[in-house]
Design a protein around this ligand. Structure first.
Ligand code: THG
Length: 367
């Protein structure tokens, strides 16, 4: 075992002590925080998300807050998705791009008020970016990182647990919509969202001193539905086709290559960052696209971000950006970022651990 030296570089999650008590045994780093990645029973943790309810410390999904008269204007400058019809209380998945149309983050945007937005970011420093853009464009907006730390409840029974704690109104919450409320006096935002396709909620804690209490409230309430600890689940997210920014993308990836075209609106104002490049890429047609890969070999592979080279007829055509053994399909599956000429059904070879594996291209999501 080894220790972790506390420092300003590694910020604590309000749920850290609670996850230790639950038996967390592996972490990754994300936005300068530790995010649990295992409680030691991967298959059990997986089926809990598929059949029950799982409790996650995702405090590392930090909020970049835009506040002030130009908050909405800045949001639209940052995001090449039309936000003009986004209502207060609504969330939207918004790819962020740089001036070249390269993906630099893929947050969920939450509109809390006409002059208050949160970008619930993936792992890259959008705080710097947003503040620099606001200054360069002379906007009247304050960019900050508030004391907000999400906890996720995911799985088909999450609705019962969250309704038990918050009330039946959560059942009527639409996907990605949210409401501000108090849970036993603790200020939170309750959203219907989360990085799984099994349904669930995210509770954005607005007072970091209350992490242990909030964790305990849901753990206790969830007892009747067999709640247990978990984390953004590798296998489930690969089966469900969920994208991990920085894992499935690199410094050259644009949103069209990652099946995010439906979240891009080419008619957004000309001052939106990257829109000129995105219009050009859309007109020319992206050179790569994302498909699934199903490997023929059955023995479970070790999950990970691999970027293993993919070959077709002996020529390199793309990369396998992740791979997982699917418990439901009983096969090794992954995402291919691959030449646009390839099609579903094509046989491919993937170089893994010095050995060529055979497989074929498939549609995404797998399930
Ligand atoms: N929740 C919150 N913040 C986050 C994440 C989250 N920040 C980091 C990261 N996850 C951001 N990335 C994603 C990626 C995918 C989705 C959400 C956040 C997602 N996608 C669905 C899909 O692709 O099928 C649906 C998107 C849609 O149809 O609008 O849910 O999870 N708070």
């Amino acid at each position: 075992m080894f220790g972790i030296t506390p420092s300003a570089r590694l910020r604590p999650s309000p749920y850290f002590e609670a996850t230790l008590a639950e038996g967390v045994c592996a972490f990754t780093t994300y936005n300068h925080m530790l995010m649990p990645t295992s409680y030691g029973k991967p298959e059990e943790e997986y089926w809990r998300i598929i059949n029950g309810v799982s409790q996650w410390d995702v405090a590392c999904e930090r909020q970049v807050q835009l506040r002030g008269p130009d908050a909405g204007k800045l949001a639209q400058i940052l995001a090449p998705r039309d936000l003009s019809k986004c209502a207060v209380g609504q969330g939207k998945y918004v790819p962020l791009c740089n001036h070249d149309g390269i993906l630099i983050n893929d947050p969920i945007l939450l509109k809390l008020a006409d002059d208050l937005y949160w970008l619930s970011i993936a792992d890259s420093n959008i705080w710097f970016w947003a503040r620099a853009i606001a200054a360069e464009r002379g906007l009247n907006v304050e960019v900050s990182e508030p004391d907000v730390s999400p906890m996720a409840l995911q799985g088909p029974k999450a609705v019962e647990v969250v309704a038990h704690v918050c009330g039946d109104w959560v059942r009527d919450l639409k996907y990605f919509w949210f409401r501000e409320t108090l849970i036993e006096g603790i200020p939170v935002v309750v959203a219907r969202s989360g990085w799984s396709k099994q349904g669930g909620y995210e509770i954005y804690l607005r007072d970091g001193s209350q992490g242990a209490r909030l964790w305990a409230i849901f753990k206790e309430a969830g007892h009747a539905w067999g709640i247990g600890p978990g984390n953004p689940n590798w296998c489930e997210r690969v089966e469900s086709g969920l994208i991990s920014y920085g894992g499935d993308s690199d410094e050259t990836t644009n949103p069209f290559e990652l099946r995010m075209g439906k979240y891009i609106d080419l008619h957004v104002p000309d001052d939106t960052i990257g829109i000129h490049a995105l219009r050009r890429i859309a007109a020319e047609g992206p050179k790569r696209h994302s498909l699934g890969v199903v490997l023929d070999a059955g023995d479970p592979v070790k999950p990970g971000f691999l970027w293993n080279p993919i070959f077709k007829d002996g020529v390199k055509v793309g990369d396998l950006t992740n791979c997982a053994f699917s418990y439901r399909l009983q096969k090794n599956i992954g995402f291919a970022l691959i030449a646009s000429q390839t099609v579903i059904g094509d046989p491919v070879d993937v170089m893994m651990d010095g050995r060529m594996q055979t497989g074929s291209l498939s549609d995404l999501p797998f399930l």
